[in-house]
Design a protein around this ligand. Sequence first.
Ligand SMILES: [Zn+2]
Length: 389
Amino acid sequence: MADETSPKDSDYWEVATKIFQFNEVGSKEFQSSKFLVEVLKSRGFVVREKYLNIPTAFRAEKIVGTGKPTIGFLAEYDALPGIGHACGHNLIASSAVFSAIRATEKISDGTIVVFGTPDEEGTGEWAGSKAIMAERGAFRGIDLVLGSHPGDGWNVGSQSLAVQDFEITFRGRAAHEAADPDTGRSALDAAILTYNAVGMMRQHVRRDVNFVMHGIIKEGGTASNVTPEKAVLTYGIRATDVGYLDQIVKRFMKIVEGCTMATETTYSIRRIGPMFTTTKPNKTLSNWIMGNIRSRGINCPAFEETFKDIPRGSTDFANVSQVVPALEVGFQIADEGTPWHSRESLEAATSRRAKEALSVIIDVLSDTAREFSVNRKFREDIERDFRNG
Ligand SMILES: [Zn+2]
């Protein structure tokens, strides 16, 4: 069949296209993961599937020469529910796999590892798997980690917001709202009070940490004549200072406590998924990669510029950057200002422009791996930046 791709012969664009077509959402990327594993196996990588007991994660490794140093590449392959690969993770999958394959050809000493990291978008059971993997020691013994992400411009790193999500369940007492209102205690009242109190707290927080707190009422009752005995809120709390985020969490707990006391209800609270931290920059690494990108005639701002921008999102890559020197390089597949997770970005993820940019990012990342393998000073400077960062 014309569209059958043998993993052995597949090239970087076929892989990007294939992952796009699989169109699998987070934690359910079974075909995508399997396909990438087959490609890597066909190129001599030794693969551990279901890595760290995460069903669609994997770890692929190939040793060259002395096997030192060890360089990891991060593959993502989850699509967005409903719209598909509008975040371009199909390109990240191909970028990681082919940067790794290319790196093994460019170095004479080193171990090249590809980490298959599911559910970056956080829609399933293994949401933010890189944070889980970092916690479970996946990056111990790794000297450098390289990732990439498509977008509306080139960049060598940007800051991200630490984030923790919560779900709060309030319990009251059901009663007929007209016949027995005195015996009812409304869980919805507790939820509404909490929602309003959070709104008031927002005025009294630090302004320099990019604080964001967003919430919804997920459940608020079943019928207007029944006192709601259950109400559920979910919140995301974000900031660029992890310590401050913890303080806000404590204030949030007080709010919930106070509002349940006022309404004679009870509550339970649980964290949803792991906390994502902030991204740790690495000047040496960013500058070297910027130079490599610019040497190809591509405009790429210095990391000092992109790091000072107000961060707009959060990522599990941040947790990797805290435990090992790492960088996620942004590569351009759409015009500046193109909205992401949109129909436009979906189209961009399989465009001719994406194909060209993907080819460049594979060159850039594999060049970086080669430099890291041969240049001791480069390695030491990166390590020093990491310790001081
Ligand atoms: Zn993404």
